[in-house]
Design a protein around this ligand. Structure first.
Ligand SMILES: CC(C)(COP(=O)(O)OP(=O)(O)OC[C@H]1O[C@@H](n2cnc3c(N)ncnc32)[C@H](O)[C@@H]1OP(=O)(O)O)[C@@H](O)C(=O)NCCC(=O)NCCSC(=O)CCCC(=O)O
Ligand SMILES: Cc1cc2nc3c(=O)[nH]c(=O)nc-3n(C[C@H](O)[C@H](O)[C@H](O)COP(=O)(O)OP(=O)(O)OC[C@H]3O[C@@H](n4cnc5c(N)ncnc54)[C@H](O)[C@@H]3O)c2cc1C
Length: 667
């Protein structure tokens, strides 16, 4: 990147950096080749003149914004074709490479659900013949799809979905119906005007029997004209807090017929005569959700890295207030309270990425076992994916909000891009499994594990620590990283035990288990959170330690500082839990606090280098505050001038409304 235009603060910050930024970039990408490939794609897309907006997206009407997003995303798809030719879904793995979508539109792509859920569902839930027929068409975008599960009346409770698919053996077809207003599909991204196909999750009926929800491959629009097919009622759901360009839609069916073989038949089948063949495990229908919950960790790491880059660079450029009289105003990044707002977010991005990779490897292994008919580890994977998706999305939203606040007034500007990132990240707390709902799924697993502890059974790996801490009241504290991890496990075990006891105490004679569960559910969510934090701490520390040994000592040191900052920050945040479940003393807490402040000071000189290590191009950051050159004020003014209100010195509303008002005042 050109250095000559860079503001003096950022030049100085970059000179201070003690490690090689390129090395960090390669580490995040997964190697030099991966960086080169990513940069090549980004360069081709971001320099394409068709991608550049004349009028910033946010000034367009809702309709124009969608049309612009579609136009540019089609160009993107065309460009990406060359780079994705060799890709198949069999060799899919999460990578940093295709984050380019943010360089095309600021908000969400209307094609997000096509790649994010439509294709993965076809791959994971179709039988071989169906896969061969549909997947290549979807990969090449000959057909465009989405994932239509949620309805107006039900999102969390999938068993409560109302759309019906009734098998008619005479024509060998399923008949889809939307019996009530609440059974309309509601939310699917790209459903409104983008997709011509979708996966519809519906209640299956055959031979008068009800078999629960199953996925169906459904064409909703004519391929040539894009007109909704007869029996299909489809439209858009309107503006939202974020996701303005995602084209979320509604969908209803009126006796809409699809061939029998359009039911996705890898797991369960309906034969020609209507005989139902059960799946080996009916939870396999929920497989796409597990996949997406795993992938979400990478999205969150990326969004956090964008927000972090914006807030850290801005904090280095921005000067405000004098710390000492007669001295120049400080760069705001030198206020320790500012470092407290910033560095935990930077570190969290690294934590989510490395824990995400660990979770992905677990997912691949468990999925391979499922392929061989072994479902033993599915409950543990589900419990992990649920709590990590829930806690990480909520943490990410809190960190992005903190980054926004750290940028003061300018962080409130849409042109900072922090409000849009905020909308994107906030949505993830709700979609793909609402926070509390997922936390309670993990709690269910924890309660079973606690039963295992009581029965002295050997527990599965991620909960085996529960046995270790089941007897002692307060665990011996040690002010080391291993001690912190152990402290978090002790807190998780203590809370699991208490939630378990709470259920028992609510289980008075005549009380149903479910009611006792509901009464204890605040404690159950708290136990899930503690369990998740123990995992985040343990895995991030071991992964960052391992990575630090694969790089130069200077970078290794920085990685360990970031990882230790994460552990120390959370120990202080959760000091109440640690006081309850370990022997930590107030003196130990004071030491942790001192170490935390030391870590902030250690990270400070490298802060800009660390966010440069995320290697996010200006076109992908989309921010007046975060650009590589730090020309914050020039960019703010340049963007302000693009406001359509600035096109004329006097707005016509003056003559129409203000002037008459003023004249009336004179009378
Ligand atoms: C809340 C639950 C989990 C409850 O399901 P249920 O059938 O009522 O379950 P239940 O009878 O209470 O039984 C629970 C049992 O089912 C297991 N289970 C539940 N889900 C899974 C899974 N995915 N894998 C493996 N196992 C699963 C649980 O562990 C329970 O097992 P257990 O009975 O304890 O042995 C489920 O309904 C659910 O997942 N709801 C969340 C809905 C959701 O995530 N929707 C996503 C829509 S798509 C979307 O939002 C796209 C966003 C945009 C984007 O991603 O880009
Ligand atoms: C931006 C966005 C994009 C989306 N994209 C898609 C898509 O592409 N395809 C799709 O099918 N869906 C999509 N969704 C829908 C999404 O998956 C659901 O909104 C989500 O699963 C939550 O369901 P709900 O809206 O019914 O919330 P509800 O379940 O009604 O939640 C409301 C409240 O009730 C509580 N609650 C519900 N059940 C329980 C329980 N058992 N125990 C305790 N508390 C409970 C929740 O915690 C929450 O506080 C999208 C949603 C959003 C916001």
């Amino acid at each position: 990147m050109a250095e000559h235009n860079v503001c003096v603060e950022l030049v100085r910050e970059r000179q201070k950096c003690t490690f090689e930024v390129q090395e960090l970039i390669h580490l995040i990408d997964g190697g030099i080749t991966a960086t080169e490939e990513r940069r090549e794609v980004e360069n081709v897309v971001c320099t394409d003149p068709r991608i550049k907006d004349v009028v910033p997206e946010e000034y367009l009407s809702h309709k124009e914004r969608y049309e612009n997003a579609i136009r540019k995303n089609c160009i993107l798809q065309e460009i990406l074709k060359k780079y994705t030719e060799k890709r198949t879904w069999d060799n899919f793995r999460p990578s940093n490479k295709y984050r380019i979508s943010s360089g095309v539109v600021k908000d969400i792509s209307p094609f997000m659900l096509h790649t994010g859920m439509f294709i993965p569902t076809l791959v994971n839930q179709s039988d071989d013949e169906q896969k061969a027929k549909w997947v290549p068409k979807a990969m090449s975008m000959e057909i465009i799809g989405t994932y239509a599960q949620t309805e107006l009346g039900h999102g969390s409770f999938i068993r409560g979905l109302e759309t019906t698919a009734t098998y008619d053996p005479n024509t060998e077809e399923f008949v889809l119906n939307t019996p009530n207003l609440t059974s309309y599909k509601w939310w699917p991204g790209g459903l409104a005007h983008t997709a011509n196909h979708c996966i519809v999750v519906a209640q299956l009926y055959s031979k008068g029997q009800h078999y629960g929800v199953h996925p169906f491959f459904v064409q909703i629009r004519d391929i040539e004209t894009h007109v909704p097919l007869p029996g299909i009622k489809v439209g858009e759901i309107g503006p939202k807090l974020g996701f303005q360009t995602a084209n979320n839609g509604f969908l209803g069916f009126e006796n809409f017929r699809i061939p029998r073989r359009n039911m996705l038949m890898k797991n369960a089948q309906v034969l020609k005569d209507g005989t139902y063949i059960k799946s080996k495990n009916d939870k396999l229908t929920y497989g796409t959700m597990v996949f997406v919950r795993v992938i979400i960790l990478f999205d969150l790491a990326f969004e956090l890295s964008r927000a972090a880059t914006i807030a850290v660079r801005y904090s280095a450029v921005r000067h405000q207030s004098q710390l000492k009289a007669n001295e120049p105003e400080l760069q705001i990044i030198d206020y320790v309270t500012q470092q407290h707002k910033l560095f935990i977010g930077v570190s969290t991005s690294h934590v989510f990425r490395v824990v995400g990779l660990w979770l992905w490897n677990t997912y691949v292994k468990v999925n391979a076992d499922i392929g061989k008919g072994n479902m033993d580890q599915l409950p543990e994977l589900h419990a992990l994916a649920c709590c990590l998706k829930a806690v990480c999305s909520r943490d990410a939203a809190a960190r992005v909000e903190e980054f926004r606040l750290a940028c003061g007034g300018h962080g409130f500007m849409t042109s900072s891009n922090l409000p849009i990132i905020n909308g994107i990240v906030s949505a993830s707390i709700t979609y793909e499994g609402e926070f509390s709902v997922l936390m309670l799924q993990t709690a269910r697993f924890l309660m079973k594990a606690w039963n295992g502890v009581l029965a002295r059974k050997t527990l599965t790996p991620t909960v085996s620590y529960l046995s270790k801490f089941s007897n002692s009241d307060r665990v011996q504290w040690a002010n080391t990283t291993a001690g912190i991890i152990s402290g978090f496990q002790a807190a998780a075990a203590g809370k699991t035990k208490e939630a378990y006891a709470a259920i028992q105490s609510y289980l008075k004679p005549g009380t149903d288990y479910e009611d006792a569960w509901n009464s204890a559910s605040v404690q159950l969510v708290s136990a899930s959170e503690a369990h998740c934090r123990a995992i985040l701490c343990e895995i991030s520390w071991s992964e960052m330690q391992r990575l630090s040994k694969t790089v130069s000592p200077n970078l290794g040191k920085v990685l360990l500082e970031l990882a230790e900052l994460y552990l120390t920050y959370w120990s202080l945040e959760k000091r109440g839990d640690l006081l309850m479940y370990t022997t930590i003393s107030t003196a130990d807490i004071a030491k942790l606090q001192a170490r935390y402040e030391e870590l902030l000071a250690l990270i400070r000189p490298n802060a800009v280098g660390i966010v440069d290590g995320f290697d996010i191009r200006d076109e992908i950051l989309n921010s007046t505050l975060g650009a590589y050159d730090g020309r914050v004020y020039e960019r703010l003014m340049e963007e302000a001038k693009k406001s359509p209100l600035n096109a004329e010195p006097v707005n016509e509303s003056f003559h129409k409304y203000i002037k008459p008002l003023m004249l009336k005042a004179k009378l």
